[in-house]
Design a protein around this ligand. Sequence first.
Ligand code: S3P
Length: 176
Amino acid sequence: MKRIFLIGYMGSGKTSIGKHLASRMGLSFVDLDVYIEQRYHKTVRELFAERGEESFRRIEQKMLHEVAGFEDTLISTGGGSPCFFDNIAFMKKTGETVYLKVSVDTLAKRLDAGKRTRPVLQNKSGEALRLFIDENLQKREPYYTQASIIFDTEKMTTESDLQAITDALEHILKKL
Ligand code: S3P
């Protein structure tokens, strides 16, 4: 039985890498945000707007516990998931944890395009966005770096980069 949690900042590649890796390893794939949206019939953005972040974090924890009951599954978590409650300890106890690590500058570039769907980044762009990511990542790294595997996903522009990352991670995870 295998259960893998991908963790890391927004834009670190959790979903793209997760989908590839899961199919390569013959595991089911679950994106925690998508799972939450299906269970609550609301988007993450709506949940943030209607109930506030605190309530979203409680829902997120509850859903994390639900998906952690699935076997032979790779779970791509939300950027904040490991940083609230005892979530990182819980993930480490129930599966393998992989932190996809990317620099602030690269995250800022990737997220400038995708910030609209991400309530945490709303209304921030350019230098303000970079500064926010820098500060936020410093707060979150103590949680992320507790993962049992830390993997650099800085270079992920082409399809062959994605293949190479997937190959390397598959190799590491198969040996465990
Ligand atoms: C969040 C990241 C998002 C989502 C929510 C909050 C965060 O997931 O869970 O918007 O606090 O970093 P992704 O990392 O998949 O974008």
